[in-house]
Design a protein. Structure first.
Length: 601
């Protein structure tokens, strides 16, 4: 007689190398997707969500701006901004940090588990998951676009599940040709295609996904295009393989596509949202780096080319049958990624679901070792120890990113805005593009504004609430006639004049970035009308001489209260980096410590 070995203890099961390896992959991928530096538009997203919650209405025209007052505002991010405002007010900045972290875990776990369940080994599944996380990391900031990446992940998983048995097989006519197929017009669709009706019914969840997505972020257009193209390709496969017997399935897919499109129209603007998106996307925006391909040829783009190389190797060397529909969709998303860096996450997510089995097959062709080897107890303990050390190291690096939402003083005008709030410098404000929504929260909103509220000339909402001639007005001021900067200007806009924004609707203040733009040079050319009130190593604040240099004016700022230096603060403080002064001193963030300032080298 032989007795069964006793069940291993719970900690023995927990410390299995396979489980430790999965934990290491999840932690490493989460580290790649956990930047905790504030996005330039974060202040605006939270503020616009607060405005909706406070008024119970969605603004129909531009808010906080004096150049586009009364102009229509198509906000395609309402749902995301409302959620961000609720989280920020209820849980503070750490709520935003941990919310973003939870969404990253959702994507990581779904991609990793899918690959493991489809036959990929832990090494291959981990490699795919880490590549996906690395390509998402740059884009995984505190912005509504997270809803697009999460929505696309859920959509990709849904398509994989619904077409299980159908996918991963070559159903298209080439290379055999249309006239070499057998007569299969009466073939059973389920048997021919591996079609499972109980799974395909779950596609009716897609309209709900698109309804939420269309109210959360304009990236739903990309997801909708992939969804319709995917169903269209599957429909063509059904017609080719089954002839007239496949028409019923094609009609169902057409209906599902139509309902998904109609679901996206259930938004505050109806079809006007789609018309605006078509109009906006039809005009290039080279001034925004995400909408160009420049980043692909930097160190940031190296991760993308690594993913492309792995995809080419996996699909070129695999022994498994290729799926024509998947190849076509991958090609489309790759084309869009090369054209617009912002679309790289969509290509990466699809690779995360579609490459794993092919990469496992391709790597097996290169393997010269057959069978499996039993690892010795000593070797097993060494592997466990190494994985535990990796977990400890990655966890140590990850924990600080989950404990703070940083605003770096060498990237944002924290000191300049505090100076403006201290001296109640309010009015019509021309402000650098990346700092405009920070200025809106600090100087224009009821929550923080001191004295009367300011208004900005232009901000990160871009074409959602600004006409193109205002866009041109702002970037003329930023870059002037520089030929090294790619621009798109409306043919209806006046000729480029960097100083025109200083006259348009009579601005009173200017907050500019000193380096990386030409705004400081342009202001020096207008010193007869403008006075330098504040300067540090990264920012300048200018005011109209007629307001701030005239002793008879109520806005007069005496010379001894002006501050001009070239120092740069190299530390960071917690978001929102707005100092709320009370009678007893500072509330919220600590006061600025000038001892931390360092002279620019």
């Amino acid at each position: 007689m032989s007795t069964a070995p006793p069940d291993p203890s719970w900690y023995s099961r927990l410390l299995r190398p396979e489980r430790l390896g999965i934990a290491v992959v999840i932690l490493a991928a989460a580290l790649a997707m956990s930047p905790n530096v504030a996005d330039p538009d974060l202040w605006g997203h939270v503020q616009f969500g607060r405005d909706v919650l406070a008024t119970g209405e969605i603004a129909e025209t531009t808010s906080y701006s004096y150049t586009a007052d009364g102009f229509r505002w198509i906000n395609h991010e309402n749902l995301s901004e409302i959620i961000m405002a609720i989280v920020a007010d209820a849980l503070g900045p750490l709520g935003l940090v941990w919310g973003k972290f939870a969404l990253s875990l959702l994507v990581i776990v779904v991609v990793l588990r899918w690959n493991l369940n489809r036959g990929a080994g832990l090494i291959v599944a981990g490699m795919i998951t880490l590549l996906v996380a690395a390509n998402l990391g740059y884009h995984w900031s505190f912005r509504p676009q997270l809803s697009s990446f999460v929505g696309f992940t859920v959509l990709a998983w849904l398509l994989q599940y619904c077409f299980d048995g159908w996918r991963d097989r070559w159903h298209w006519p080439w290379p055999r040709g249309w006239f070499q197929r057998d007569s299969i017009e009466s073939a059973d669709v389920r048997e021919t295609l591996g079609y499972q009706s109980h799974r395909v019914r779950w596609l009716w969840i897609a309209p709900l996904i698109f309804f939420l997505w269309a109210n959360a972020h304009g990236g739903f257009v990309a997801g909708l295009a992939v969804y319709v193209a995917y169903l269209g390709c599957r429909g063509l496969e059904a017609l080719y393989r089954c002839g007239w017997a496949g028409w019923g399935l094609v009609r169902r897919m057409v209906l599902m596509s139509l309902v998904a499109v109609l679901a996206t129209m259930l938004n505050p603007y109806g079809p006007r949202l789609h018309l605006w998106l078509l109009e906006s996307l039809g005009s290039p925006r080279p001034e925004i780096s995400d909408w160009s391909s420049r980043e692909l040829f930097s160190l940031i783009g190296l991760k993308f080319w690594m993913l492309v190389a792995i995809a080419a190797f996996a699909l070129g060397w695999t022994k498994r049958k290729l799926d024509a529909t998947q190849l076509l969709i991958l090609g489309l998303t790759l084309w869009q990624s090369v054209s617009h860096f912002r679309h790289v996450p969509f290509f990466a997510i699809l690779c995360g679901f579609w490459l794993g089995p092919h990469l496992q097959s391709a790597m097996s062709r290169l393997s010269t070792v057959s069978g499996q080897r039993e690892i010795s107890r000593r070797g097993r303990l060494a592997v466990q120890a190494l994985l535990l050390v990796c977990m400890l190291g990655i966890g140590t690096a990850l924990l600080p990113r989950l404990s703070d939402l940083q605003v770096r003083r060498d990237q944002f005008p924290v000191d300049a805005i505090d100076f403006m709030r201290q001296h109640q410098l309010n009015g019509r404000l021309v402000v650098t593009y990346d700092w405009a929504q920070y200025s809106i929260a600090a100087l224009c909103s009821d929550r923080y504004a001191t004295g009367h509220r300011s208004q900005v000339a232009f901000d990160g909402r871009f074409r959602t609430c600004y006409p193109q001639h205002i866009v041109d007005l702002h970037f003329d001021f930023m870059y002037g006639h520089a030929t090294s900067v790619r621009r798109f200007r409306s043919p209806d806009s006046p000729p480029c004049d960097p100083g025109r924004i200083l006259r348009y609707r009579q601005p009173e203040l200017v907050l500019l970035r000193r380096f990386g733009e030409r705004t400081e040079q342009h202001m020096l050319q207008h010193q007869d009308r403008w006075l330098l009130l504040y300067q540090d190593g990264i920012a300048q604040v200018w005011g109209l001489r007629s307001l701030f240099d005239d002793r008879r004016n109520a806005n007069y700022l005496p010379p001894e209260q002006r501050m001009v230096h070239d120092q740069i603060a190299t530390d960071s403080i917690s978001w929102p980096a707005i100092f709320v002064r009370q009678e007893t001193g500072f509330g919220g963030n600590p006061p600025i410590n000038l001892a931390n300032l360092q002279t620019r080298k």
